[in-house]
Design a binder for this molecule. Sequence first.
Ligand SMILES: CC(C)(COP(=O)(O)OP(=O)(O)OC[C@H]1O[C@@H](n2cnc3c(N)ncnc32)[C@H](O)[C@@H]1OP(=O)(O)O)[C@@H](O)C(=O)NCCC(=O)NCCS
Length: 191
Amino acid sequence: MKEFEKLEFESERLILKRVHHTLHGEELNPVILDTIDTLEPWLYWAKRGITVEETSLYLRRVSEKPEDYGFRLYLKSQTDCHNNNTVDHPLIGICGIIKQQDGYELSYWLHKGYTGKGYISEAVKFIMDFAVDTLKVKRFTIITQVFNKPSVKLAKKLGFESTGFEFWDVSSRWPQFADEIQVAVFLKEFT
Ligand SMILES: CC(C)(COP(=O)(O)OP(=O)(O)OC[C@H]1O[C@@H](n2cnc3c(N)ncnc32)[C@H](O)[C@@H]1OP(=O)(O)O)[C@@H](O)C(=O)NCCC(=O)NCCS
């Protein structure tokens, strides 16, 4: 089996470090707990009181297969603009690509103190460039709840085309959601 390969990149304002479910649950858990109110409505794994073990379980989604590339996002700037503490390169979220049968699905979230600054757009663009250039990926999808305005806006801004809507019956698996959620599927292909 292929070993976990550590990867670290820098984009304009971010440091991207590859995430692994066996290594980084403890580091990410407090960041998730601190922004749980903004994640809970949209992400099935994000629930109040999420533990380190549950965080590691979620991280499996973006790191279980060697072909998955999830990244921890850190600010290059040293000031934590959320609460004006001086923190060395604060950890602000996760962005990654998950291998699917016919391409990769994007996955992302940010701590609420860092949204509205273009950080996820920057991370998604960087990771897609890496995937196209290095992994020769030609097809990306974004699946998001239709009422998740920032996520839908991001998909459109990055040039993804809507391919339609789906209704998912999720209540038995994800009890925090209503019986059905409506998701939009966005696609971007490279030739
Ligand atoms: C979805 C989510 C990651 C989007 O974050 P975001 O910060 O809004 O996304 P972007 O990085 O694209 O930033 C866009 C905003 O930054 C602003 N911005 C500021 N400086 C910028 C810069 N240098 N470059 C680009 N945009 C910039 C843009 O104007 C835009 O603001 P607007 O929406 O008010 O017009 C965030 O809302 C989130 O974490 N939500 C909860 C988790 C979630 O829903 N995940 C997705 C599940 S499918």
